[in-house]
Design a protein around this ligand. Structure first.
Ligand code: GLA
Length: 389
């Protein structure tokens, strides 16, 4: 699949620019085992890069002009790095412009021609946008020797979302896309950006993604609103417990005593955050001792919290999670990513995937009239230069 993507992107480059691309880059999507909506809430997350990618075929230009060709959308956009870069009314362009804007400040002044194409489904919660922002930043850094670290590249991706796209996302997606390693899950401390790799060996079990085919964009979803709610919540908690500096210092018992001050909605949001931060620690320990039953339970608890307290699920994903939990071969199931659609992630006994997929596909079609998609993904390497032509 990777080879095919590279070939088809290079061929398109040749067709458009009448020469072979000088460089090829691959930037992956991500999954997240556990730690949802806590990357902007002082938590830990456990994502991993996957074998679904955006491929970039690139050649340098002699001047400051950049041509961007989105092969899958059949759209082209041109810009001059000497002009002031501002958001435009095309979303895919903004992800890139947001990154270029920051790269200019880091010394980027030479242009290039880029064709990109993707096997990461859009709006499925697999972070195609992080792959795009980080892929561009990574490629420009390599091509023009900008001297950026991987961490700086991930932060440029996140800033691009904040400034040019308008989504106040955390750092998880960009970090996973850039720092991913084959067969490793990353445990990331979202406050310090320290990280460690965990072996992604689930023994008798595998991770199955089910795509609800309900598309979302966090510009119109409740993502930014959630962020405001928890910020308000933390400010109230701090007023009553000055020793609390971040959500990580906050105990469930403190929240229970502040129910009235927080109000029902904000209480629920904060309660989810505090419990989820705790669950990630427990999940990391469970992975270390290969206790997959425990890991599965934690995934299912996360879903319940996301659905009932953080309220970022949707009826379709709730249905899927519920259906999967009915299966004996499934240890745990939950919505993954920002929510309001996208994929569920399921810990399932190897060998039983096909039967479960067939069964749930029928149930899902009967209930919603939507075709379910299933992805078996491999945990793979982060953003990388493919080869020198
Ligand atoms: C989106 C955001 C991430 C993270 C997740 C939820 O994917 O981009 O920063 O907040 O939602 O865990």
């Amino acid at each position: 699949m990777k080879k095919k993507l590279i070939q088809h992107t290079s061929e398109h480059f040749k067709k458009v620019f009448h020469k072979a691309p000088e460089h090829l880059f691959l930037s992956p999507g991500r999954i997240n085992i556990i730690g949802e909506h806590v990357d902007y809430n002082d938590g830990f997350v456990m994502p991993a890069a996957i074998n679904k990618y955006i491929c970039f075929a690139i050649s340098k230009n002699a001047d400051s002009h950049i041509t961007l060709v989105a092969q899958d959308l059949d759209e082209t956009y041109q810009l001059d790095l000497n002009d002031e870069l501002k958001p435009v009314d095309k979303m895919w362009v903004n992800y890139i412009l947001g990154a270029l804007h920051q790269l200019k400040a880091k010394g980027l002044n030479q242009g290039c021609s880029i064709v990109f194409s993707s096997t990461i489904p859009m709006g499925a919660g697999l972070s195609s946008s992080a792959a795009l922002e980080c892929g561009i930043a990574y490629a420009m850094n390599k091509l023009f020797d900008l001297g950026l670290t991987k961490q700086e590249i991930a932060l440029i991706g996140q800033q691009s979302e904040h400034t040019f796209v308008g989504v106040n996302c955390g750092i998880m997606d960009q970090f996973a896309s850039v720092f991913g390693k084959k067969n490793k899950v990353i445990k990331l401390d979202c406050n310090t950006l320290e990280y460690e790799y965990y072996q992604a060996d689930f023994k008798k079990y595998s991770l199955l993604l089910l795509d609800s085919n309900v598309k979302h964009t966090h510009l119109t979803s409740g993502y930014n609103v959630r962020r405001q709610e928890v910020e308000r919540g933390l400010a109230i908690i701090k007023q009553h417990f000055p020793e609390v500096k971040t959500f990580r210092d906050c105990q469930e018992i403190m929240l229970l005593g502040l129910k009235e001050q927080l109000g029902e909605t904000i209480f629920k949001r904060c309660h989810f955050v505090v419990k989820e931060i705790q669950r990630v620690q427990e999940a990391a320990e469970a992975i270390n001792r290969s206790d997959f039953k425990k890991l599965g339970q934690l995934l299912s608890e996360t879903h319940q919290g996301l659905s009932e307290e953080y309220e970022v699920s949707c009826p379709e994903i709730d249905f899927l999670v519920h259906a999967l939990k009915e299966e004996k071969s499934v240890l745990g199931a939950r919505m993954m990513g920002g929510g309001f659609g996208g994929c569920s992630i399921n810990l399932i006994e190897k060998g039983s995937e096909k039967e479960v997929i067939n069964k749930v596909t029928k149930q899902y079609r009967n209930q919603f009239g939507i075709q379910l998609k299933a992805y078996k993904v491999k945990i793979s390497k982060g953003t990388t230069k493919y080869k020198n032509n």
